[in-house]
Ligand binder design. Structure first.
Ligand code: CDP
Ligand code: CDP
Length: 222
């Protein structure tokens, strides 16, 4: 089965462990790691930077199509530049975090991002994490995983992460923000977050990262 595997899809809500787990799986298998959320964040960051009204779908789409996007692989992970700039820390800023779910709900934005994500397969075998990788981006992949964890546990993970990064956040605000994003992601009309019929669901509430990575690597190499 390994020879045929080209894309491993890892979907799930915020702070379910997708990024950390997908990076570990990619490293173990020598695949390229792709953070699809980064591209939605990139579209959001680009629009904010250009002073676009984020409630205006057409204006967001125009700023997206008006920018020059370039994709490449660096240190085993897919990366991109926008008009020559490579945003990384910028994508994690609060302004982007608060706006990204709204921008990602725009059909034109999703079309653009999905097409670019599919094209990354040219670089080689991928481990791609997101919300709709198994359902929309690579529906034919035989390796789909859906990571989940209780909302309280997810909010605590995100909170600890933000505090460690030196951000001044309140635990209840992180919880509210995460729930708000969950709601937008699961109820939007275009490609909502849902479990693919053929995905293996992994509840990581009381699992360590190593256990989750091993479970996926074992399932893929089986
Ligand atoms: O990518 P996603 O938002 O789904 O989650 P993440 O960024 O990989 O994980 C969020 C935080 O939870 C990280 O700091 C992980 O180290 C932590 N985590 C954990 O402690 N135990 C797990 N089983 C999964 C994630
Ligand atoms: O790290 P975290 O899980 O909080 O978020 P992310 O993976 O960076 O994704 C940011 C936002 O992009 C999510 O809240 C979704 O609204 C959107 N997204 C999406 O709609 N589809 C994807 N495949 C990936 C992200």
């Amino acid at each position: 089965m390994m020879e045929k595997v080209k894309t491993i899809a890892v979907d799930g809500p915020s702070a379910s462990g997708k990024s950390t787990v997908s990076k570990g799986v990619a490293k173990a298998l020598g695949f390229i790691y792709v953070d699809s959320g980064a591209l939605y964040r990139g579209v959001t960051w680009n629009a904010i930077r250009k002073g676009v009204d984020l409630r205006d779908d057409a204006a967001v789409a125009a700023s997206m199509h008006g920018a020059a996007w370039d994709f490449f692989v660096q240190d085993g992970a897919a990366a991109f530049s926008v008009d020559g700039a490579v945003p990384v820390q910028e994508l994690r800023e609060k302004e982007v975090r608060e706006a990204v779910a709204g921008v990602a709900a725009m059909p034109e934005v999703r079309r653009f991002v999905v097409e670019n994500l599919q094209a990354l397969a040219h670089f080689g075998s991928l481990v791609m994490e997101g919300r709709d990788i198994g359902t929309v981006v690579f529906p034919d992949s035989p390796c789909k995983f859906y990571l989940d964890a209780d909302p309280e546990e997810r909010a605590m993970r995100r909170y600890r992460e933000l505090v460690a990064a030196g951000e001044d956040e309140k635990a209840h605000e992180v919880m509210d923000s995460l729930k708000r994003r969950d709601t937008i992601d699961t109820t939007r009309k275009t490609d909502p977050l849902k479990v693919a019929d053929d995905a293996q669901v992994i509840d990581s509430t009381s699992m360590t990262l190593e256990e989750v990575i091993k479970k996926i690597v074992d399932a893929v190499t089986e």
